[in-house]
Design a protein around this ligand. Structure first.
Ligand code: GDL
Length: 451
């Protein structure tokens, strides 16, 4: 089974040195593949017809050799989907020449991406193909024949409907996916991100369904730790929302993680553990990953071997955990804080309220210490990957505590917390927020306007 990492996000591509580290992480996590697919590399997508120049080719050749020396498969993506004329033999020829250039430096595995484009057969192709799927399969089938003739493979195809949402929520009823299933060469693998682009859960039942439509087991393109769609967040927690009963229903599992390279250690480590260890649990996987990560947090100026404590790294991870959840302990403390605020003027002398307050105070101290200790670590890339998020976490917990401390002083029922200046200093402003403020929501996320 293909397992590993795809550099497949929008935004700044990783540096060559970071990719080498990634190969080590992939190998150490017991996975076997690295897919080079940064949307930032214009040869992958925007200028897919144009071959790499010498310098770029040398960089890729080096990466290719580095994968070989670690016994990792190296796959390169080409995404001709923005403007290819599917019926033009010259276009297909250009694509195969692009592959030949890469084959020339030792690449054997390819991916053809047709993601994030309108689901529509271009005008000029309409008289040549019965459907959009047929047009894409024509290209992919020719590509696999070409690659096979050169001793290469596998080839993974990323369909335009690569998740349940894009299939209109009805995978068995998708005309597009059924056509792909029937027409695509059976040797070509197909990427699938689950019911959503970023799927909270991917169940065995949903994979059995899509597998039947595609006539093959899909390769999961995992976006659980991707953060290119929301630069205000980062995810350093373990893989969640997937059980090992999905494994017999897939032919690969490739994760597309955070743009911020250093944040990906735990996501990748736990993904490998999930895939390889029959006894995997999220908690044991997380503990193991944090322990393995600890040496990266070595201090710049202390005993050479001294690093941040496991508990501090755990707190860091819990603060920036998963797309749909904070870490369990941080989540518990948020619920404690919520209970302290449940009534307008709580009995702040009650034992329970005081205990809750003390817990939030302790959290604030821990976040402060974490913030300070992070500034002292040697690895500045690691520091900078988290610094903006920790800065914000520190500000917010301090503010929450200030609010609770004000409540503890038993203000008059009509008194207002004197923290209005924060609205301008700390709450995000600008165009996007102005638009969000036009569409008001209640706590459950239901929209309203007017009164
Ligand atoms: C996508 C893109 C991917 C991006 C991800 C998360 C696929 C197949 N394509 O739509 O490049 O990083 O979502 O934003 O997932």
């Amino acid at each position: 089974m293909l397992t590993g990492v795809i550099e497949g996000f929008y935004g700044r591509a990783w540096r060559p040195g970071q990719r080498l580290t990634m190969l080590d992480w992939v190998a150490e996590a017991g996975m076997n593949t690295f897919v080079y697919a940064p949307k930032d590399d214009i040869h992958v997508r925007a200028r897919w017809r144009q071959p790499y120049d010498h310098a770029q080719l040398d960089t890729l050749a080096e990466l290719c050799r580095a994968t070989e020396s670690r016994d990792i498969g190296f796959m390169v993506a080409i995404a001709p989907c923005l403007d290819i004329t599917y019926s033009d033999p010259a276009e297909l020829d250009l694509l195969l020449r692009r592959m030949d250039q890469l084959i020339g430096i030792g690449v054997r595995q390819f991916s053809l991406l047709f993601d994030d484009i309108p689901n529509e057969l271009p005008e000029q192709d309409r008289s040549h193909f019965p459907s959009f799927a047929a047009a894409q399969c024509h290209i992919a089938n020719a590509a696999i024949a070409h690659i096979r003739a050169k001793g290469g493979g596998p080839l993974i195809f990323c369909p335009t409907e690569y998740c349940g949402r894009f299939a209109g929520g009805d995978v068995p009823g998708s005309v597009y996916l059924n056509a792909v299933g029937r027409t695509l060469d059976p040797e070509i693998d197909v990427f699938w991100t689950g019911p959503e682009i970023v799927s909270p859960q991917i169940t065995a039942a949903s994979l059995a369904e899509v597998g039947a439509v595609l006539h093959r087991k899909p390769v999961i393109w995992e976006n659980f730790h991707a953060n290119d769609y929301d630069i205000r967040r980062i995810y350093a927690g373990p893989l969640g929302g997937r059980d090992r009963d999905i494994l017999p229903l897939i032919s690969g599992f490739i994760t597309n993680p955070n743009n911020e390279f250093p944040a990906n250690f735990v996501p990748i480590r736990t993904t490998g553990c999930f895939l390889n260890d029959p006894d995997y649990t999220l908690e044991t996987g997380l503990e193991e990953a944090i322990e393995a990560w600890q040496p990266a947090f070595a201090y710049a100026y202390r005993e050479p071997s001294e690093s941040m404590a496991i508990g501090e790294i755990r707190l860091l991870v819990e603060l920036v955990y998963q797309p749909f959840a904070c870490g369990p302990e941080v989540d518990r403390l948020l619920r404690v804080a919520d209970s302290l605020l449940a009534t307008q003027r709580p009995d702040t002398d009650a034992l329970e309220w005081r205990a809750g307050f003390a817990e939030i105070e302790a959290l604030k101290d821990r976040v402060d210490t974490l913030f300070e200790h992070m500034t002292e670590i040697e690895d500045r890339d690691l520091f900078h990957a988290f610094h903006p998020y920790l800065w914000e976490a520190r500000e917010e917990i301090e503010h929450l505590l200030a609010y609770l401390a004000w409540l503890r002083e038993k203000p008059e029922p009509d008194a207002r917390f004197p923290g209005g200046e924060r609205i301008h200093n700390f709450y995000r402003r600008g165009f996007s927020v102005a638009v969000q403020e036009l569409l008001k929501r209640d706590r459950e996320g239901r929209y309203y306007h007017g009164a």
